[in-house]
Design a binder for this molecule. Structure first.
Ligand SMILES: C[S@@+](CC[C@H](N)C(=O)[O-])C[C@H]1O[C@@H](n2cnc3c(N)ncnc32)[C@H](O)[C@@H]1O
Length: 232
């Protein structure tokens, strides 16, 4: 039994993680080919290849996110990159369990631009009985996350790397002091994440950050200083 403590949800998660792992080999092969071929795939071809891949957050990282959300009693969570909803299920379970423990309300705002993934994710939330804790917004995050509606306690950045900085920049003014931001694979792709780190490490943005030794590195950043901009 994992930290989730919900056998039915665990069964669904086990099946989804297995599906994602089975696709990982194909993904790695595709990425390796792209790096060595004389005529690498275009952005459109890469997007098409990835469009049915789960690319789910590793189980240990997702459980860690659940634990962090329980520890800071997260009620308002933003996730960029929902895919088939694997990480969202962990986050929504944390919101549900926080509400069960101390009452109140909460939501995970997710976003995904592949329509088929959105459909599948919604089906998974329904299957897990967690739909009422998720507001999944279909479309490009730069449009879908314009309205957040209140301070954010926790953010998960699990998206194609080029979108990580725009997402953090967009959300920064909504992150309450003490909010946690997790970002995947920051050690493995440290060079590609250069602009994300530049934003995190700019003292004006008020973050403290460290890379945790999960596979590929998992960035844990804390918003230490309130944003100069208004939170809404
Ligand atoms: C690594 S996967 C997310 C995996 C998910 N967090 C999970 O654990 O199951 C990244 C997802 O981000 C989506 N994505 C990439 N760029 C996007 C954008 N600009 N707006 C919305 N979604 C985007 C991709 O379609 C992909 O499904």
């Amino acid at each position: 039994m994992s930290v989730i403590g919900d056998p039915e949800l665990e069964r669904l998660l086990t099946a989804l993680h297995a599906r994602s792992s089975a696709q990982a080999v194909a993904l790695q092969g595709y990425e390796a080919r792209g790096a060595t071929e004389s005529c690498p795939p275009t952005e459109e071809e890469i997007k098409l290849f990835r469009s049915d891949k789960l690319v789910a957050l590793d189980r240990d990282k997702a459980e860690f996110c659940y634990q962090l959300c329980r520890a800071n009693n997260a009620r308002r969570i933003v996730e960029v990159g929902t895919s088939y909803g694997v990480s969202t299920l962990y986050l929504a379970a944390a919101v549900r369990d926080n509400i069960l423990a101390t009452g109140g309300d909460g939501v995970v705002i997710g976003t995904e631009y592949e329509p088929e993934k959105v459909r599948a994710a919604r089906a998974h939330f329904a299957q897990a009985g967690l739909s009422r804790f998720v507001d999944l917004r279909e479309g490009d995050l730069r449009e879908t996350l314009r309205e957040i509606g209140g301070p954010v306690d926790f953010m998960l950045v699990d998206i194609w790397i080029a979108m990580a900085r725009p997402a953090l920049e967009l959300m920064a003014r909504h992150l309450r002091p003490g909010a946690i931001v997790i970002c995947d694979n920051t050690e493995q792709y440290r060079t590609e994440y250069a602009d994300y780190f530049a934003f995190l490490e700019n003292p004006a943005n008020g973050f403290r950050t460290m890379t945790l030794p999960f596979a590929g590195g998992l960035e844990l950043s804390v918003r230490c200083k309130p944003s100069a901009a208004r939170m809404d």
